[in-house]
Design a protein around this ligand. Structure first.
Ligand code: FES
Ligand SMILES: [Fe+2]
Length: 370
């Protein structure tokens, strides 16, 4: 069990967390990756028509393609004949053709052709199927529903605020850690002045007390709309009366919605497990200001540097986690991490018991220094 372990200690609401998030899954120790939920799979731009893209998601091999109408599809990346990855084959007439014996599969995973069959060898090839994953593509994002035992109907996929129909900036980075550490690290409000210190963002001298209002939102919680903190120099260049709202939802999706006068900016940070030990982060940005697009070549290295700082700290963290320490979550700086673990439990319970998801988060004010 890699989630919360132990209870609140006396005084100060300290909670111990199992540090064991990096051992390979076994029967009595599941990988603790949420199933029956929508994950961010890949940016639309990464899936060109006529190409096959292979990805590992939660340890599952998945092949993505586009059918004749351009609609994205996802299949299990294993040919049911001899097990070669379908992604080693090719797209032809909107179908996947296996590299080994040329069997073909449609976007729905149903076999459509077996070239070795001769006349009279009657065989209902439509009974041969590759597992198909539900897909949703919108606003330049391809979402995938990673089912558990297949008994749960996919709920509506996540939606972004309507700012632009495609991202203006996309960055991707792999973190060598379990998804929980990536999520907790990215939502952590207290590491900024230490991990991200730089002249354009934060310094230790800029640390001050903060107080933010939070409340429950769909499959997660939100830092309610507020004026952003005065020590974030990068915000100032956007201009106008500025407010921001940050929503987090399971499994690891953070949506920041900045409004600045008539303009708006949306940042999507999507955390997706590749396996139980590796996680991929996609950072997508949407905005309305044309002048910001002109600044993209300057903006991109900043985004990469920022993500790289978060990755580097995770790499260092792994050296300690190898020894399986018990970890701590403290109030209020780690409250969002506590909510994350509670939300995961609530989601797992709702799936296991077939009942509605009950959000454990209540509206409250959190205070910390950063
Ligand atoms: S292994 Fe795929 S067609 Fe034979
Ligand atoms: Fe960070």
């Amino acid at each position: 069990m890699r989630g919360l372990r132990g209870g609140a200690c006396a005084g100060g609401g300290v909670v111990a967390v199992s540090g064991d998030m990096n051992k390979p899954p076994s029967d009595d120790q599941p990988d603790d990756l949420l199933r029956d939920i929508w994950y961010f799979a890949l940016p639309s731009g990464a899936l060109e028509p006529g190409r096959l893209v292979s990805r590992s998601l939660l340890g599952d091999p998945v092949v993505f393609g586009r059918g004749p109408d351009g609609a994205a599809f996802a299949l299990r990346d294993i040919c049911p004949h001899r097990g070669i990855p379908l992604s080693d084959g090719r797209m032809t007439s909107g179908e996947v053709e296996c590299r080994y014996h040329g069997w073909r599969f449609g976007a729905n995973g149903v076999c459509t052709a077996i070239p070795s069959l001769v006349e009279g060898q009657d065989m209902d090839i439509s009974r041969i199927r590759v597992r198909r994953y539900p897909i949703h593509e919108a606003q330049g994002c391809i979402w995938i529903f990673m089912a558990g035992d297949g008994s749960v109907e996919p709920p509506p996929p996540p939606a972004l605020p309507e700012v632009a129909d495609r991202p203006r900036l996309v960055e991707t980075m792999e973190f060598p850690c379990h998804v929980d550490h990536a999520v907790v690290g990215l939502m952590d409000p207290a590491h900024g002045p230490f991990v991200h210190k730089s002249w354009w963002w934060r310094s230790r001298r800029s640390i001050h007390a903060k107080e933010k209002r939070f409340g429950p939102s769909e499959l997660g919680f939100s830092m309610l709309r507020h004026a952003p903190s005065s020590n974030s120099a990068a915000y100032r260049i956007l201009g106008g009366e500025m407010t921001t709202e940050i929503a987090f939802r399971l499994p690891g999706i953070r949506i920041e919605h900045v409004k600045a006068g008539r303009n708006a900016l949306v940042g999507l940070t999507a955390v997706t497990p590749i396996t139980a030990e590796t996680t991929i982060i996609h950072q997508m940005m949407y905005w309305t200001m044309p002048w910001l697009s002109a600044l993209r070549p300057i903006l991109r290295p900043f985004v990469r540097k920022f993500l790289g700082q978060d990755r580097d700290i995770v790499v260092q963290q792994q050296r300690g986690l190898r020894h399986d320490p018990t970890l701590l979550l403290i109030n209020d700086a780690d409250m969002q991490a506590k909510w994350y673990y509670r939300l995961k439990k609530a989601h797992e319970r709702s799936i296991a018991e077939g009942v509605a998801f009950e959000n454990p988060v209540r509206e409250t004010t959190l205070r910390w220094r950063s």
